[in-house]
Design a protein around this ligand. Structure first.
Ligand code: MIC
Ligand code: SF4
Length: 640
């Protein structure tokens, strides 16, 4: 039987396990990426492993999330990342060069390579056929140390594309359509592999938008074939040598198939506060818009912004509608500047921001109170914009640019001719010199730290019996933004776990930190898809620092589950989801931790005397990691 692209890449990188869906496989990792918000922890962990130089083909440390430099913390982090990269043999991308995923796609990603990044949107590189996955910082640190990356073998979903996009429909509408169909938990444990005659009609930026936002499905990753369009993209980026053709076999086997006829798609939008609350733009006609923001790792490419400039040219946004534009990289910015495409943006009233994540992670650009903001980003979780009651809608760059002119949602039938589909110019300007490549001899390099960079904490082993109260009960689809909010103030503390822990669940329940600090230990009760969204391991490290010993949930998101294991928190699954209603905040529990076996069931006993059955989907190794108090302890134990 023929093989999918996913199977081909996994097979070539398999170091342990069997390729049976659900079973653990260990993969050799060719490339890694880190970014500043998760990177300081990842690099501190890499230092703690103490192996000197990175053992991957390529590791890149990007600075793109927090570049505000309000006070010493943030620039100190950047300096630490620059010096630790030089010392360890990694490439460094300075603040303002661009957003990690856009830069990695343009400059480093390779078809057929494995890539893990300490950021959930690492699958962007799947747009050119990399097997690219988001991971916790510690998993990335271990991959940099040459260790395998372990995942449950995913199911492979063939997304069979036919037809081609017409009118104003874009790559963004393909993934919004899929999100509407499958929901934010529809992709857990799966790889979405794009195939069919429609693939050839999609540009690389469209493909990268689609694989980027596959993260919102909860997918392990998403991947496109590497075909003639990929070759053209890489050649224009001056990287023709990195191209290898990568196709599924004609008779490839898949676990599931989803069909999408591209020609039926129309401009879509995800409504507040979940990326799967999708409807056609036309259904919202008449709703006033306070802000549009174009950018983020999802839609900040040259083609997105050239279209934006074309749509805005000679027109002006109304004074009530703020328009923010953040290009994905300096390469994009240079191409726009060269073609005279910055001027139409400025003249239309747009504010052109630095090439960073910016408003996507609440680094400025928050909307007005209860403001409607149409963003080309990938997440519209409540409060993420920095305005707690902000109403965030997600759409393509072309849709957002058009709506910015109207100042309200309008029906696309009134929009006139759709913008052309953009190809890259033949002579794309390089920005390669802006990256800092590591010196051959790093002997003299000193790693510079600031006072905000707090050393890693040692965690104790898991006790045999956990006696703790449920200190917080939350519902379904709790995101890591709920657990640890983003934004300028809190993100500046990413290198300081004791300080950042004070913000755990702060936007959900202001008393949580005080409650657990007083109790010393506790358990969180959650619903379905707990921990969806970002890869930030601080959403596990912070709770662990505060004393959370276990989370009891109906189901878990992939990366957060791995982060819980990495930091020694027990992820327990309710055998009977209805038992969720029998547990309340304040219920005292006795959890027989030492009686747990991989996949086994144990009874936890509540103070009322009732028992509640919980299970787990942990492997033997994962259980041992948790019992050791986390992965670093387990690695050290094995080394000694
Ligand atoms: C996000 O989009 O939520 C982030 C910020 O990029 C995170 C990483 C982080 O929290 O630093 C992600 O997606 O993993
Ligand atoms: Fe940055 Fe937003 Fe992309 Fe996360 S989703 S990497 S914050 S641009």
């Amino acid at each position: 039987m023929g093989k999918s692209i996913t199977h081909k890449i996994i097979e070539r990188h398999l170091v342990s396990g069997e390729m049976i869906p659900g079973r653990e496989v260990g993969l050799r990792i060719d490339q890694t990426l880190t970014q500043d918000a998760t990177g300081t922890m990842a690099w501190l962990q890499f230092e703690a492993i103490n192996i000197g130089k990175v053992r991957t083909d390529l590791s890149v440390s990007y600075v793109d999330h927090n570049t505000l430099q309000m006070g010493f913390r943030n620039p100190d982090d950047h300096r630490y990342l620059r010096t630790v990269a030089a010392k360890s043999g990694a490439v460094f991308s300075p603040a303002g060069t661009g957003i990690c995923h856009q830069l990695h796609l343009e400059n480093f990603a390779k078809p057929g390579a494995t890539l893990i990044g300490s950021d959930s949107h690492t699958p962007t590189a799947g747009g050119i056929g990399s097997m690219a996955m988001g991971a916790g910082g510690l998993s990335v640190a271990l991959a940099m140390a040459g260790e395998a990356y372990f995942i449950p073998m995913p199911k492979v979903v063939k997304v069979n594309l036919t037809g081609q996009l017409t009118g104003w429909a874009q790559g963004k509408d393909v993934i919004l359509h899929l999100l509407g169909l499958l929901t934010v938990k529809g992709g857990v444990g799966k790889v979405f592999e794009y195939a069919g005659p429609g693939v050839a009609s999609l540009s690389v930026p469209d493909r990268a938008t689609i694989t980027n936002m596959g993260a919102e499905l909860g997918a392990t990753t998403s991947i496109f074939p590497a075909d003639e369009r990929t070759r053209d993209f890489l050649e224009k980026m001056g990287r023709g040598q990195d191209f290898v053709e990568l196709m599924a076999d004609d008779d490839a086997e898949y676990d599931e198939v989803v069909d999408i006829d591209l020609s039926t798609l129309e401009p879509l939008v995800a409504q507040p506060h979940m990326p799967d609350r999708v409807c056609p733009v036309r259904e919202l006609a008449g709703k006033k818009i306070d802000q549009c923001a174009i950018g983020s790792c999802t839609n900040s490419s040259y083609s997105d912004l050239k279209n934006t400039a074309q749509i805005l040219a000679g027109k002006k946004t109304p004074p009530e509608t703020d328009l923010l534009i953040s290009p994905g990289s300096k390469q994009v910015m240079k191409m726009l500047a060269r073609e005279g495409l910055i001027e139409p943006l400025l003249d239309a009233g747009a504010r052109v921001l630095e090439c960073t994540c910016g408003p996507c992670i609440g680094m400025g650009g928050s909307p007005v109170s209860a403001g409607v903001s149409v963003r080309t980003f990938n997440r519209n979780f409540e409060g993420r914009s920095g305005t707690q009651d902000g109403q965030i809608y997600l759409a393509s760059a072309q849709t957002a640019a058009r709506l910015a002119l109207d100042g309200e949602f309008t029906d696309p039938v009134t929009w006139g001719d759709a913008p052309e589909r953009i190809e890259l110019p033949a002579d794309v300007p390089s920005i390669r010199d802006l990256f800092v490549f590591p010196p051959a001899d790093a002997g003299d390099v000193a790693i510079l730290r600031g006072p905000n960079i707090v050393a890693l904490e040692d965690f104790a082993e898991l006790p045999d019996t956990i006696e703790a109260k449920v200190l917080l009960k939350v519902g379904d689809n709790i995101t890591t933004d709920h657990i640890l909010p983003a934004g300028a103030e809190i993100t500046a503390l990413r290198s300081n776990i004791p300080a950042i822990s004070q913000y755990i669940f702060s936007r959900v329940d202001k008393e949580f930190v005080a409650r657990i600090t007083e109790a010393g230990t506790g358990v969180i009760l959650g619903g379905e898809n707990y921990g969806q969204g970002s890869s930030r391991e601080h959403a596990a490290l912070g709770p662990r620092h505060l004393g959370v010993k276990a989370v009891i949930v109906k189901s878990l998101a992939r990366i957060h589950r791995a982060n819980l294991v990495n930091f020694g928190i027990l992820p327990l699954l309710l055998v009977n989801p209805a038992d969720y209603d029998r547990l309340e905040q304040g219920t005292a529990l006795t959890i027989p931790a030492s009686a747990m076996t991989p996949g086994g069931t144990v009874d936890i006993v509540a103070d009322s005397g009732e028992s509640i059955a919980v299970t787990n989907d942990l492997t033997k190794k994962e259980l041992e990691i948790i019992q050791a108090g986390g992965l670093l302890n387990a690695v050290r134990k094995n080394q000694s």
